[in-house]
Design a protein around this ligand. Structure first.
Ligand SMILES: [Zn+2]
Length: 80
């Protein structure tokens, strides 16, 4: 929905997002280490309720945060 403006489940165009809006609530960030948090942009279909979450762009571009992620999380094994 981030890329298409259309819900992949019900094909509705009624997509809402908090992209670029100050984050509120508990589901908008996760801690990947003691000091590092990643924030999400959420995309919600108001027709069927389907929800997508993406790490916000400024966190993806933040190499320190991405380093922390790589230190603390394991890379998904794509071969299995
Ligand atoms: Zn939908």
């Amino acid at each position: 929905m981030k890329f298409s403006n259309k819900c992949p489940k019900c094909e509705s165009n009624d997509i809402y997002t908090d992209e670029g809006i100050t984050k509120q609530g508990v589901r908008t960030a996760i801690g990947i280490s003691s000091w590092t948090r990643l924030y999400f942009d959420m995309y919600i279909c108001s027709n069927c309720g389907f929800t997508e979450e993406y790490v916000r762009e400024e966190d993806l571009q933040d190499s320190k945060k991405m380093e922390k992620l790589k230190e603390n999380w394991k890379k998904k094994n794509t071969g299995l």
